[in-house]
Design a binder for this molecule. Structure first.
Ligand code: 5AD
Ligand code: SF4
Length: 473
């Protein structure tokens, strides 16, 4: 990801939709999908679920009910990969139990850990039947068929063919089941090679999906009731493609076109690299009411020395000037970012530069991490690795500051009148949850609308992690 891809530790268990033509009964195979990591993994899991449903699989929501467990993994930080191995340990136990009872359990590992570790996964966890990297998901049904004949399969090529062309379109029923806000991957991979990051190795080189495919998919989503799409890419604002008019488009032009699709009322995108924020994209923020005023724009550090060592290829000043230009175009835009503390060589003074940048930008939301060594990346071999205790201390200070900014942003929203897209029931009966333009969850009285409605509300009070609002006429 270029970064995060939005929410680095996005909600986990995802349930790919079940297909329309499942034959009920004991012959139906059952799959449980567990998704770690970013939104792109959530999207990929959905698409793999679509492919499996065409193969006769029904999605279940527990490991116990499944014949196949598919784990879609994240490799961005060390802890994420370790979680996978401990889960595989538990699955090995379950498989032994099943075998003792004359049954079976298949296990497939997908995602960035699969790509990075390959056959090593089967060596460490022989319970695994299939290891499949992000660029070969279209080969999953065939890999599973071969695995059922007793082979252990490792698919980690970067094939010439486009995986999305080989994966079936989501059936309308599955899209509806996933709700009124959907993800749409437009770009994958990264050529930037930040020195801390595994993404260029696990997701491969930067590839943009063709304009026509993206428009088709957006129209299909809209026809199935989707009102908000989030365009995904590790480097989403590096997306480019040859368009209907024969010209080369960037993300700004693409968003302008998508905004004309009937039914698509809200557009977001993530994750962006500061170097790829071009004028056309900034103008899209200025001109398009459909483009939500929220931008995830990771900077990682506020120290020029560290930015250089990270190979970010811009300075803190470049970033601040860019933020100024974006805010001039769209004054109400909310910014979020990613930060890494304790990158090799980071001194107290470097860290203070990051704190100063955060104070200057004033973020509405943010994700922050201790630097985690990723084997095979240049950062792993750098001298001056920072002590864990120092990293923890810096992370606490940085997160305190960011949390205060997020709370202040919530308080400033009170009294504002905004449009909410109602997405799901609230935790308490009688409530609905919608998203504000700034991506905050907002709770309203359930009598005030239905899921899928966009309603105008006044924010009345901040809550913990969400806001409360009442409908205005
Ligand atoms: N250590 C800590 N954080 C990392 N990120 C990426 N690689 C690492 C790493 N090795 C963070 C960056 C990125 C987000 C997705 O995860 O902040 O933007
Ligand atoms: Fe993002 Fe840099 Fe990683 Fe690319 S290498 S995904 S730009 S953090």
């Amino acid at each position: 990801m270029t970064e995060t891809i939005l929410t680095p530790e996005a909600p986990s268990a995802t349930k790919p939709g079940t297909g329309p033509d499942i034959i009920p009964g004991s012959n139906t195979r059952k799959v449980f999908v567990k998704t770690y990591g970013c939104q792109m993994n959530v999207y990929d899991s959905e698409r793999m679920g679509d492919a499996l449903s065409r193969d006769g699989y029904e999605t279940v929501d527990s490991v116990e009910a499944a014949d196949l467990v598919l784990i879609n993994t994240c490799h961005i930080r060390e802890k994420a990969a370790e979680k996978v191995y401990s889960q595989l340990g538990r699955l090995a136990k379950l498989k032994r139990q099943r075998n003792a009872e004359g049954g079976d359990l298949m296990v497939a590992v997908a995602g960035c850990v699969a790509q990075a570790e390959g056959r090593e996964i089967i060596r460490r966890a022989p319970v695994v039947d299939v290891v499949i990297g992000p660029q070969t998901y279209h080969r999953l049904p065939e890999a599973l068929a071969r695995a059922r004949n007793g082979e252990q399969i490792v698919e980690t090529d970067f094939p010439a063919e486009d995986k999305f062309d080989g994966l079936p379109n989501a059936p309308e029923k599955a899209i509806r089941a996933r709700g009124v806000a959907a993800f749409l991957t437009v770009q994958e991979g990264c050529d930037k090679f930040c020195t801390f990051c595994v993404v260029p190795y696990t997701r491969g080189a930067e590839v943009s999906r063709p304009v026509g495919r993206i428009i088709e998919e957006a129209v299909r989503l809209a026809d199935a009731g989707v009102r908000e799409i989030t365009l995904l890419g590790q480097n989403v604002n590096a997306w480019h493609g040859k368009a209907e008019d024969g010209r080369e488009w960037g993300l700004g032009e693409l968003i302008r076109r998508l905004a004309t699709i009937d039914g698509i009322d809200r557009i977001r995108y993530t994750t962006s690299h500061p170097r790829d924020m071009d004028e056309a994209l900034i103008e899209a923020h200025r001109d398009l009411p459909e483009l939500m005023p929220y931008l995830h724009l990771p900077v990682q550090s506020g120290s020029d020395r560290i930015l250089k060592a990270m190979n970010r290829r811009h300075t803190a000043e470049d970033y601040l000037r860019l933020v100024e230009r974006i805010r001039a175009a769209r004054p109400d835009i909310a910014l979020s970012g990613d930060f890494i503390v304790g990158f090799p060589g980071e001194t107290d003074a470097d860290f203070e530069d990051t704190m100063a940048l955060i104070r200057e930008v004033n973020y509405a939301a943010a994700f922050s991490f201790k630097y985690s060594i990723r084997p095979g990346t240049p950062g792993a071999d750098m001298e001056d690795q920072v002590d864990e205790a120092v990293k923890s201390d810096r992370l606490t200070r940085l997160q305190d500051l960011l949390a205060e900014q997020t709370r202040a942003f919530g308080r400033e929203c009170v009294g504002k009148v905004v449009d909410l897209l109602l997405e799901k029931p609230g935790r308490n009966t009688g409530q609905l949850i919608g998203r504000s333009p700034w991506l905050q969850p907002v709770i309203i009285d359930a009598m005030a609308g239905e899921i899928g409605d966009i309603v105008r509300v006044r924010i009345t009070q901040p809550g913990t992690g969400s806001l409360f609002a009442e409908v205005v006429e």
